[in-house]
Ligand binder design. Structure first.
Ligand SMILES: Cc1cc2nc3c(=O)[nH]c(=O)nc-3n(C[C@H](O)[C@H](O)[C@H](O)COP(=O)(O)OP(=O)(O)OC[C@H]3O[C@@H](n4cnc5c(N)ncnc54)[C@H](O)[C@@H]3O)c2cc1C
Length: 318
């Protein structure tokens, strides 16, 4: 079922959803199931599975020259989605990127997930590969998520890349896209970022999931700006509980979001990381309760592959 249909079925009640990462190469699917199992009692209608592109590692040769090696540490997004739909009978939402994909790769990925009866896909640009500063698209790939959304929307109309293809079966994907209550790091200002968010929706995206935020006021103000800009689709808030002290620096550095002063002060008071983890849970519970009062359609939890803190939050909230 489509995410938009799940939203309609919620009849105004906030529902639970979460995102998982494929395990590191070498681990098996049971490490994923172990984290999903305890969350199933909160009846997530769908589960997102992130996509991780290749990384470059440089090995020093005896000659002193560097050898570039391409590695993918977390493959398996499509396989995990199929396993989730099979085992739990809930919808799986694979993420797909512009980065590392040619248009042909994109089409083939979409054909695969269509055959698996996956109804939703989250369309993202992806970040620059770790050793580079700026994002570079593949030569025959997409530069921005809005163009990826257009390709998916074309396929939904039966328009494949090969114009001469006969008997084209249209796909029927519901497309989600990302948005940033504190602005995407590369956007020159919020207005510009909203302009391109609007473009993703004009090109066929039907709902939005936000980057994590730790101050609900940022989400509420962002939703108000989107509505003013004429964006009418559901905007699902993304929540991540902090769990270790180093998140104070790692999260702003990696995700370009601020942490509120009150949260920072409490983290600094914590004796150890188990106290930080408990604090992160309490903070996310308070955020979730306020978001529920505001009748958001879903809360999307960033689990980062570990479910026990999400379990405690969901127990207190859902
Ligand atoms: C909910 C969520 C899930 C995510 N999942 C993953 C994942 O699974 N794997 C992963 O690698 N990353 C993931 N990311 C991270 C995401 O890939 C990065 O934040 C990336 O830098 C931007 O992706 P986007 O889809 O928002 O890009 P875009 O919408 O393409 O925007 C990127 C930047 O370009 C600007 N822009 C957009 N369109 C245009 C245009 N036509 N012309 C000029 N400028 C434009 C925007 O304002 C923005 O600054 C996720 C992020 C979120 C919020």
């Amino acid at each position: 079922m489509k995410v938009t249909e799940h939203i309609a079925n919620g009849n105004g009640k906030t529902q639970f959803s979460f995102e998982i990462l494929p395990p590191l190469k070498g681990e098996n699917i049971h490490s994923i199931f172990k984290n999903i199992d305890p969350l199933m009692e909160f009846k997530p209608p769908y589960i997102n599975v992130t996509y991780h592109r290749e990384e470059y590692v440089f090995n020093e040769l005896p000659s002193g020259l560097l050898e570039k090696k391409v590695v993918r540490k977390r493959p398996g997004t499509v396989g995990i989605c199929a396993a989730i739909q099979n085992k739990y009978e809930v919808d799986a939402v694979p993420h797909i990127l512009c980065g590392g994909f040619t248009k042909e790769d994109t089409e083939n990925f979409l054909i695969d997930i269509g055959f698996l009866e996956i109804d939703n896909v989250m369309a993202l640009r992806g970040d620059a590969v770790k050793s580079e500063t700026y994002f570079t698209p593949e030569k025959a790939g997409h530069k921005y998520a809005c163009d990826l959304v257009s390709q998916i929307n074309n396929l939904n109309k039966g328009k494949y890349l090969d114009k001469e293809l006969q008997n084209n079966a249209p796909t029927n994907f519901c497309v989600g896209v990302a948005a940033y209550p504190e602005k995407h790091m590369e956007a020159p200002n919020m207005e510009s970022d909203l302009h391109f968010l609007k473009k993703k929706i004009a090109n066929g995206a039907e709902y939005v999931v936000t980057q994590m935020f730790f101050d609900n006021a940022k989400y509420f103000s962002f939703v108000a700006k989107c509505r003013e800009a004429g964006i009418t689709v559901p905007i699902i808030p993304g929540i991540k509980p902090i769990s270790v002290e180093k998140h104070l620096n790692m999260i702003p550095h990696r995700f370009h979001v601020d942490l509120p002063e009150a949260l920072i002060k409490e983290v600094i008071k914590c004796k150890d990381n188990s106290a930080v983890r408990a604090l992160g849970i309490e903070w996310s519970i308070a955020q979730s309760k306020e978001l529920m009062e505001a009748k958001v359609p879903f809360i999307h939890y960033y689990s980062m592959g570990k479910s026990n803190n999400i379990n405690k939050i969901a127990s207190a909230v859902f």
